[in-house]
Design a protein around this ligand. Structure first.
Ligand code: HEC
Ligand code: HEC
Ligand code: HEC
Ligand code: HEC
Ligand code: HEC
Ligand code: HEC
Ligand code: HEC
Length: 416
């Protein structure tokens, strides 16, 4: 986790307004930092050091003499090198059950006990040992802890990291999807919150992490496939991939799963999904699909595809701006003519020129020759041969045909 002053936005006074702005069904955060009112916060006449800077100023003037990297005992506590690392969430080295600073809770922080001289007889001296601190100083340190103990000197120790209105889905949701910041840095590697920032689950409904339409899709169908790109765009003409619905819904083929073209995540935190090395980029991977040799050129253009080929290999290309495809866009159809039929395997041309239709030999796939009867049989990776019921043709395991078709006897006829 890295915090730098430069990354922190100018802070405003923390109010509950942003949490309360949630819709009714959204739960309020459980560990909301307390509202800091005018009388508990610093006013304009206070010295300038506030928040984290109030702490570092105190340390520099009263503590580093004993609590530095080289000074030995003093509780083994080095307050000079990195006060946050030394204090926040760190158990006392000397007194069981004490935590030096509990982010968000000054009253549970042993540092405050020591600074206010409220330790028990068995818990050593007040800090600094020569005498307790003025409450104008200790109150600022307490306010800094209550606000989350961040490395932030602005706002009088009260930190409101995000700008006003950030709780709106179109603001923080969009920023999360486009990775304008890495949310996991502060909200925890699993987004369940950290000592400094709330869990994303405090507002979102249960199951949001596995809900594929929470972030994308949901317009044409509930698969999660866009329309609705990760930048919230759902304008057909500018979608990253305009043909999602044609693929993920039953068409002249069965509904293809996302795995045909992507590694399919199972939830928000799946490896390679949002929080990967290429933020805001939807990786296309054909490896698990029928077109495993396919390649993606960007802009919705694909080549070396089996699915858009003529059924004889990985020879298809297509772009998502193409109109819905006709039967003869991938392989020749019933009216394509002899030259085209010649490009098909074996004895296609010999039969088609005699007026024998596709449905006579591929009857499971099409009973008309111009429409698909059983989508599951089409573009399924199998050349489905199924003679129509008005023939007695059978095909041997080596591919030869025997029987009678339209009065034409076949005896171990080879196809190629
Ligand atoms: C004169 C040396 C000295 C100074 C100055 C001093 N300390 Fe300490 N501090 C110690 C010693 C010795 C201990 C261990 C014994 C004790 O708890 O009293 C200690 C313990 C602590 C502990 C408890 C550590 C633990 O692991 O439980 C905290 C917290 C602490 N000091 C904070 C501070 C802060 C903050 C300041 C400045 C405001 C400060 N000290 C100034 C000597 C000092
Ligand atoms: C203050 C409450 C609140 C917190 C905290 C919160 N969210 Fe949200 N978020 C919402 C609301 C409200 C929605 C709208 C969806 C809903 O009703 O559950 C939403 C929606 C989203 C969306 C979808 C937006 C879209 O239009 O596609 C994303 C992405 C998102 N949040 C990310 C996050 C992440 C990541 C975190 C934690 C770092 C987080 N949110 C924490 C309130 C919150
Ligand atoms: C540098 C640390 C940091 C990062 C990075 C960060 N957050 Fe936060 N976030 C906080 C802190 C601290 C709070 C609590 C104080 C506040 O509300 O600003 C918070 C609160 C929130 C809230 C509730 C805010 C409100 O106004 O009610 C939402 C929603 C949220 N974060 C979403 C996100 C999302 C989404 C991301 C990633 C795009 C993100 N945060 C990245 C520190 C961070
Ligand atoms: C036929 C192939 C194919 C199938 C099937 C497919 N996708 Fe895609 N998807 C793509 C292509 C191509 C892109 C565009 C990649 C790019 O250029 O950024 C894309 C992009 C996306 C994007 C990012 C859009 C954006 O904003 O940039 C999401 C999200 C997505 N797909 C989700 C899904 C989901 C969920 C499924 C399954 C329900 C699915 N896809 C099925 C090919 C496919
Ligand atoms: C919190 C928002 C969110 C949720 C919930 C979500 N996604 Fe995504 N998804 C994204 C973002 C953002 C991308 C763009 C990829 C990136 O940022 O690296 C993406 C990309 C994808 C892609 C393209 C391949 C990739 O990983 O880049 C697929 C497929 C996908 N999501 C499917 C799903 C499925 C299936 C679910 C439900 C199990 C789901 N998503 C839930 C935000 C989300
Ligand atoms: C997107 C490209 C594409 C389009 C468009 C297409 N096909 Fe196909 N077709 C194929 C592929 C690839 C095969 C190879 C076999 C397989 O995988 O099912 C095939 C195979 C066939 C077969 C052989 C039997 C079988 O199922 O293997 C028939 C018959 C057929 N298609 C008819 C049609 C008809 C009729 C249409 C128009 C409604 C059509 N095709 C549109 C790609 C396409
Ligand atoms: C006389 C029977 C017959 C007719 C008529 C026929 N096919 Fe075929 N088709 C076959 C056989 C046999 C195969 C090869 C099956 C194998 O390799 O196992 C095949 C294979 C295919 C393939 C896979 C690619 C290839 O060239 O082998 C496609 C695509 C196809 N047919 C489409 C059609 C279409 C479209 C029609 C109608 C215009 C049609 N077929 C008419 C018998 C026929």
């Amino acid at each position: 986790m890295t915090f730098t002053a430069a990354r922190l936005l100018p802070a405003a006074i923390l109010t509950l307004a942003s949490f309360v702005a949630c819709d009714d069904e959204i739960r309020l955060p459980q560990n909301t930092p307390p509202v800091v009112t005018d009388d508990s916060g610093p006013d304009d006449s206070d010295p300038p050091a506030t928040g984290y800077c109030a702490l570092t100023e105190l340390i520099a003037s009263q503590c580093v003499f004993c609590h530095n990297p080289g000074a030995g005992p003093a509780g083994g506590l080095d307050l000079e090198t990195d006060p946050i690392a030394a204090l926040v969430g760190v158990p006392s080295a000397l007194y069981a059950g004490r935590t030096l600073v509990v982010a968000g809770d000054a009253s549970a922080s042993f540092l405050m006990v020591k600074l206010r001289g409220e330790q028990t007889g068995a818990e050593g001296d007040p800090m600094p040992p020569q005498g307790a601190n003025d409450t104008s100083v200790t109150d600022k340190i307490a306010a800094w802890i209550d606000a989350g103990a961040l490395k932030d000197c602005e706002g009088g120790g009260v930190t409101d990291y995000h700008p006003t209105g950030y709780d709106k889905p179109k603001v923080h949701g969009r920023e999360a999807k486009l990775h304008e910041q890495t949310c996991t840095d502060c909200h925890g590697a699993d987004l369940t919150g950290s000592s400094v920032a709330p869990s994303c689950d405090t507002c979102h409904e249960d199951g949001w992490r596995e809900n594929c339409t929470f972030c994308h899709g949901g317009i044409d169908n509930t698969t999660g496939a866009p329309p609705e790109d990760i930048d919230d765009n759902s304008d057909e003409a500018t979608l990253a991939f305009r043909a999602h619905s044609r693929h993920v819904e039953t068409n002249t083929h069965t509904a293809f799963d996302c795995t045909s073209c992507h590694v399919k995540p199972s939830d928000v935190l799946s490896v390679g999904h949002l929080f990967d090395a290429t933020p805001a980029v939807a990786e296309v991977s054909f490896l698990e699909g029928l077109s495993s040799k396919g390649s993606y050129a960007g802009n919705g253009s694909c080549s070396n595809l089996y699915c858009h080929g003529n059924g004889q290999g990985n020879n298809g290309s297509v772009t998502h701006s193409a109109a819905p495809l006709a039967c003869d866009d991938c392989h020749p159809g019933p009216t394509s003519g002899r030259d085209a039929w010649d490009t098909m395997s074996g004895a296609h041309e010999d039969h088609l020129r005699e007026g024998i239709g596709c449905q006579n030999c591929h009857n499971d796939t099409t009973t008309t020759g111009s429409s698909i009867t059983t989508p599951a049989k089409h573009v399924n990776g199998v050349k489905d041969f199924a003679p129509s019921s008005d023939t007695t043709l059978t095909r041997s395991s080596s591919g030869t045909c025997s029987g009678t078709c339209h009065g034409q006897p076949h005896s171990y006829e080879r196809w190629d």
